[in-house]
Design a protein around this ligand. Structure first.
Ligand SMILES: [Zn+2]
Length: 271
């Protein structure tokens, strides 16, 4: 296992497949870079729960993107693995959780990112929660079309929504709702913050970058149009894995659907 993948696949309790036989990780010696495993007959596999915080270090180039901006440059990424899900074979039921206690992974890499002003978001959305959902849905759609555009694997180019200065970040909970987290990972309320400056990142998941960001920046306007096309043409009602990502908890009591929120963000970036 390569070093950068170890935290996501070899944590204590992980089920790891070797030549189609499942092994369970009994202990991970992080310093010594050894995982101690035993064969297992478990009826589930594991999936790491992680989140990333990105901070912009340097802007190489920038342009207007509708009512917002698009940049590419250098970013600092911190990845934290907070735990893992146990997922049953065949039925894919979630049958439990386990904790992971490993040091954060850090890397410097290149990214392309989009931002909208607080004023634009306040006039387009009734609440910051809806704007956050919109950003997460737009990130999913932009990530999908960007992967096709540069012919990359989903692991090599990754997405993240946060503040741009690592003050906060957003992720989806099990129902697909956007959750706002402060820098230490604690849950918090988006309305409580003074500054609301969501940033949508697509970043190269390798130290130093692998050259995906600049070509993505060059066709940023096209990507936004393609993502909008993906979201608008989908046959679902509120959002699905083919457009804005899985959103099983569709009824959140708000006036708009997750899909409409994602379309609003893309419309603002493409106007
Ligand atoms: Zn859909």
């Amino acid at each position: 296992m390569d070093y950068s993948s170890a935290a996501l696949t070899l944590y204590q309790g992980a089920i790891y497949m070797v030549q189609s036989r499942p092994y369970q990780v009994e202990r991970l010696d992080w310093e010594g870079r050894k995982a101690f495993v035993t064969t297992t007959a478990a009826d589930y596999y594991t999936d790491a729960i992680d989140y990333t915080k990105l901070k912009v270090l340097d802007r190489f180039d920038g342009a207007m993107a509708g009512g917002g901006t698009c940049h590419h440059g250098e970013v600092h990424v911190v990845r934290h693995v907070s735990g893992y899900k146990k997922i049953k074979f065949y039925s894919h039921e979630n049958i439990g959780y386990g904790p992971v206690n490993l040091p954060d992974q850090e890397l410097h890499t290149s990214a392309v990112w989009w931002q909208l002003t607080q004023a634009a978001l306040e006039s387009a959305f009734a609440s910051r929660q809806e704007a956050l959902d919109g950003f997460l849905g737009a990130a999913y759609a932009l990530h999908t079309v960007a992967l096709v555009r540069v012919m990359a694997d989903g692991h090599d180019l990754q997405k993240s929504v946060g503040s741009g200065d690592a003050a906060w970040f957003a992720l989806r909970d099990v129902n697909g709702r956007g959750r706002w987290r402060s820098a230490d990972g604690a849950s918090s309320d988006p309305e409580a913050s003074v500054h609301f400056n969501p940033t949508l990142f697509l970043y190269d998941n390798f130290p130093g970058g692998i050259g995906l960001s600049e070509p993505l920046f060059q066709c940023a306007a096209l990507l936004v149009r393609e993502a909008m096309g993906l979201v608008e043409a989908c046959d679902c009602t509120a959002g699905c894995p083919a457009c804005i990502g899985p959103v099983p908890g569709t009824d959140d009591g708000l006036a708009t659907t997750q899909r409409e929120r994602a379309a609003t963000v893309l419309a603002l970036l493409g106007a």
